[in-house]
Design a protein around this ligand. Structure first.
Ligand code: CP
Ligand code: NVA
Length: 309
């Protein structure tokens, strides 16, 4: 059994294996209905328990489809429906129960410590479905999407991020080390990535480029990533932060500084960080990006269950 908690802690060769498996499986499913099961039924009889401490549309639905297509089932619970959520049962006992009834556990939480603690007590794999510090399933899926669209390894592409230094960016930074791609980040000075993230990059002998001017960050970009300026766990002055990011909106003018065939990606949900024109325009591949979550979740599940071919 293997946990899937942070991209930075997973060997690059395993991450690549997950992507290659997802590519093969997606091709093999051509013409299948959404809940048709893959021919090899690799997770027959397995139960994935999903718990959400905060909202989710894509992660919830893509894991539902993923386990179904692998021949297993999912049960989705809200934290406040468990004794744990009400303070009536310890995390260790809850982990024991989850391991008794389920085969895998996917958790979206406001606490990185909680994921770490669960990983200690669970006898089944845990998948991080978004935490304050990372969103690994999103970014691994996005690497898959980039390579599908551009038809080349991401290491041959110039990747840009315009936006807040949040959980999604942390995972993208970790991926830039694991997959060796060039990453330019554009954000206001006060919102640059945290020291511990930059130190980890340095320790891994990688360089990322940070610009406080959006057009410099997107120069020659093959792909521009973005995310909401205000994340679910943001406890900031929202109006001020949105104002601080005003010059970093991804609009047609900003896109013109990137390559002509630049791809725009956004994990969703969106806010004012991107104009409708770009979001709904021809360079935007956000719907394919969302769809691919289901394909990549499947290979992440297989990795966790040690069933990756
Ligand atoms: N991108 C993403 O994780 O979406 P949800 O919050 O809807 O799961
Ligand atoms: N950074 C966002 C991602 C949502 C999928 C958040 O944490 O709310």
């Amino acid at each position: 059994m293997k946990h899937f908690i942070n991209i930075k802690d997973i060997p690059a060769s395993d991450l690549r294996k997950i992507i290659e498996d997802a590519k093969k499986r997606k091709i093999k499913r051509k013409g299948f209905n959404k809940t048709d099961v893959d021919q090899d039924i690799p997770l027959k009889g397995k139960l994935l328990i999903q718990m959400f401490e905060k909202p989710s549309s894509r992660t919830r639905l893509s894991f539902y489809l993923a386990i179904k297509q692998l021949g297993g089932e999912t049960l989705t619970i809200k934290a406040n429906e468990l004794h744990l959520g009400k303070g009536g049962e310890s995390l260790a006992d809850t982990a024991k129960i989850l391991s008794t009834y389920g085969d895998g556990f996917m958790l979206r939480t406001d606490s990185d410590k909680k994921i770490e603690q669960f990983s200690k007590y669970l006898k089944i794999p845990i998948i991080n479905g978004l935490s304050p510090s990372s969103h690994p399933t999103q970014i691994l899926s996005d690497i898959f999407t980039v390579e599908e669209i551009k038809k080349k390894p991401i290491s041959k592409l110039q990747i840009s991020w315009i936006g807040d230094s949040n959980n999604v960016l942390n995972s993208l930074i970790a991926a830039s080390v694991k997959f060796s791609f060039n990453l330019n980040i554009g954000c206001p000075k006060y919102y640059e990535p945290k020291k511990f993230v930059l130190n980890w990059v340095k320790k891994n002998k990688k360089k990322i480029n940070i610009f406080n001017e959006a057009k410099k960050a997107v120069k020659n970009a093959d792909v521009i990533f973005s995310d909401k300026v205000i994340s679910l766990n943001d406890k900031v002055n929202k109006q001020k932060k949105i104002k601080d990011f005003k010059k970093f909106q991804i609009n047609k003018k900003l896109m013109s500084f990137a390559k002509k065939d630049v791809t725009f990606l956004h994990c969703l949900p969106r806010g004012s960080e991107v104009s409708d024109e770009v979001f709904l325009g021809k360079n935007s591949k956000v719907w394919l990006q969302a769809l691919n979550r289901a394909h990549v979740q499947k290979s992440i599940l297989l990795y966790c269950f040690e069933k990756l071919r």
